[in-house]
Design a protein around this ligand. Structure first.
Ligand code: ADP
Ligand code: MG
Length: 327
């Protein structure tokens, strides 16, 4: 069974940034307002995510890394009204099959924190040890893929892996701008990400400020017949000349959608010089019944019903803004 689990883990966790994604999603599911990430050697040696959320109860710590352990899904029906990122109870289990995991957690009704280590889904001691700690959870993931040498070989340099981690955190930090995020390397005194609960525009400037040269264009929450997209902020001069930066969130999940990207690039090409590329943030809310709910952690591409119409509506609205900006 361990071999099978290791293969299953490989499907979801291919790079350190995938671990970070799962852990910050758990922290957000636990209602955290502060999420701090510390990384050593691009996350290969250590990823530590600390949050100030609800915490994990002492008794639940025993099974937290077991497959199918989840506190989030009570009825199958709930899948249709999902408001949390997690629901399968697989992330911690998967991660603990390919690394050394420690959890430290304190709930508000407990007088102290508890700490435990895990291997292959199992707690390594009889019970969690009491220890000092604040309300919330600290997850440590060490020596990623120590037992899967082939996986380890496919990793890029620590620098590249770290850049990927920062990039994932930035996207979440923009979308969840009321949460404060930090990210730094273990031995460094400077933060590579540090947000302080700003509004959306403030968060974009904090996180992508060096790219966003001119004033941001903002299109507030809009509901149309075709789609229920919420807000987006866009700028015609994203400074990184290499490619378009599209932060697309559908129902609060960061996703990719080629058709959307193409449409936006085409529209922007009429307004900006050829060597410049746009920065665009779009958040769309689509009723779950209109979504291809084939949710798989690695499946970043989503499609939804009447997609063409949604893309068309959003592109048109951006274009109207760009036309104004040009005058
Ligand atoms: P899922 O998120 O799909 O439920 P995970 O394997 O990611 O599965 O997490 C398992 C369970 O551990 C969660 O359902 C939650 O109860 C608990 N948990 C994990 N991380 C945290 C955290 N940072 N704060 C509070 N609870 C957590
Ligand atoms: Mg989860």
């Amino acid at each position: 069974p361990i071999v099978v689990n290791r293969i299953a883990a490989g499907e979801v966790i291919i790079r350190p940034s995938h671990v970070v994604k799962e852990l910050i999603e758990n922290a957000m599911d636990a209602n955290s307002s502060q999420i701090d990430c510390v990384v050593k050697e691009g996350g290969i040696k250590l990823i530590q995510i600390k949050d100030n959320g609800d915490g994990i109860h002492q008794n639940d710590l025993i099974i937290a890394c077991k497959s199918h352990t989840t506190s989030k899904l009570h009825e199958l029906e709930d899948l249709k009204n999902m408001t949390t990122y997690g629901f399968r109870g697989e992330a911690l289990a998967s991660i603990s099959h390919v690394s050394h995991v420690t959890l430290q957690s304190k709930t508000s009704d407990s007088i102290c924190a508890y700490r435990a280590a895990y291997n292959n889904g199992q707690i390594t001691s009889k019970a969690p040890h009491p220890c000092a700690g604040n309300k919330g959870t600290v997850v440590g993931v060490e020596d990623l893929f120590y037992n899967v040498p082939l996986k380890r070989k496919t990793l890029r340099t620590p620098r590249e892996e770290y850049e990927q981690i920062v990039s994932v955190m930035r996207e979440y930090a923009v979308h969840h701008h009321s949460i404060s995020f930090t990210c730094k390397k273990l031995d460094s005194n400077t933060f590579d990400i540090k947000t302080t609960g700003k509004d959306l525009k403030g968060a974009i400037l904090q996180l992508y400020g060096s790219f966003v040269f001119t004033s941001l264009l903002f299109i507030p929450k809009t509901t149309t017949e075709a789609c229920c997209f919420e807000t987006f902020v866009t700028n015609p001069s994203y400074g990184d000349a290499k490619s378009t930066k599209l932060l697309l969130f559908v129902n609060h999940r960061a996703v990719e959608n080629r058709a959307m990207k193409k449409s936006i690039e085409k529209m922007y090409s009429q307004y900006i010089p050829q060597n410049m590329h746009p920065f665009v943030y779009i958040s769309i809310d689509v009723p779950l019944r209109n979504i291809d709910v084939n949710i798989h952690p690695t499946k970043k591409h989503v499609s939804f019903l009447s997609q063409d119409k949604v893309i068309d509506t959003i592109s048109t609205m951006i274009e109207e803004e760009l036309a104004k900006w040009k005058d």
